[in-house]
Design a protein around this ligand. Structure first.
Ligand SMILES: [Zn+2]
Length: 274
């Protein structure tokens, strides 16, 4: 829960506060505030009177915290410093959504998808391509999901008996909630429908489908999306490219599969994970 002070809100720097607040920057700056306050109190205690040292220390702490609340940081340029010097593993700790969507498993999707008849050697014989048969079945299921909304399939996929399903989109993510709790995140709405559609086809073709952990199933599903040849939303052509993402306290490169017609983002991954 965030506390709002209406009279101070006009001084707020929206770029670094509210939903744009950089948590690592805030923590670093609070630590700096406590450090500065300690120096003032210790120095005042030794040189002046103890009472005055505590008053001065209290003022420094209040002003520092006020600056962090209104501007997002105390030391100017902290977000840039965080981007440059914080190691990726430390930033990942604060990026909960990235942790949920990028759960790693030891499953290699390609042999499993080949055995399921979803992938086969391309005509040029040098790579793997999606089979026409699987592609048709997949698109049929995607169209069904788009019509129905996919609520019951979502509950089945996560082994939830019943619940109120809600969808939302934020920060380039498609979010599925059951009874108000986030149950799954996808790269986009089209990725969500593509995965739920693929579940229906793969579960028929892979005899031990239910024996895979949910994380392994999700890896198979996102791996399959990489092989899609047309956009599940508008049948447009797909393009594989890289782009830079600027967040509050980091800049990183991602690889994406985008539709050239409607702009739908079918696949997304940190570039160092490809
Ligand atoms: Zn499209």
């Amino acid at each position: 829960m965030s506390v709002e002070f209406p009279s101070l809100s006009r001084f707020r720097q929206a770029k670094y506060t509210g939903k744009n607040r950089c948590l690592p920057c805030t923590i670093v700056n609070i630590i700096i505030s406590i450090f500065l306050t300690s120096i003032v109190v210790i120095f005042g205690y030794i040189v002046i009177k103890p009472v005055i040292s505590f008053v001065c220390g209290g003022c420094v702490l209040i002003l520092s915290l006020l600056s962090i609340y209104l501007r997002g940081y105390l030391v100017p340029g902290t977000p840039e410093l965080t981007k440059r010097y914080f190691p990726p593993w430390l930033l990942t700790i604060f990026n909960k959504e990235q942790k949920i969507t990028e759960t790693e498993t030891k499953t290699n999707p390609e042999p499993i998808l080949v055995a399921a008849g979803a992938l086969d050697e391309c005509n040029n014989g040098t790579d793997l391509c999606i089979t026409a048969d699987f592609s048709d079945d997949w698109q049929t299921e995607i169209d069904k999901m788009k019509k129905s909304g996919g609520e019951s399939q979502l509950l089945d996929f996560f082994n939830v008996e019943d619940g109120n399903v809600e969808y939302s989109e934020r920060d380039e993510m498609f979010v599925a909630r059951v009874d108000g709790t986030i149950i799954g995140l996808w790269d986009s709405k089209v990725a969500f429908f593509a995965d739920l559609g693929a579940v229906q086809v793969l579960s028929d073709r892979i005899s031990n489908w239910s024996g895979f952990e949910t994380n392994e199933q999700r890896q198979l599903l996102s791996g399959l999306r990489l092989f899609a040849e047309t956009c599940p939303s508008c049948s447009g052509t797909l393009d594989f490219r890289t782009k830079s993402i600027e967040s509050c306290c980091s800049t990183y490169q991602i690889a994406v599969v985008l539709c050239n017609e409607c702009g739908a983002q079918l696949f997304k991954s940190n570039i160092n994970k490809i």
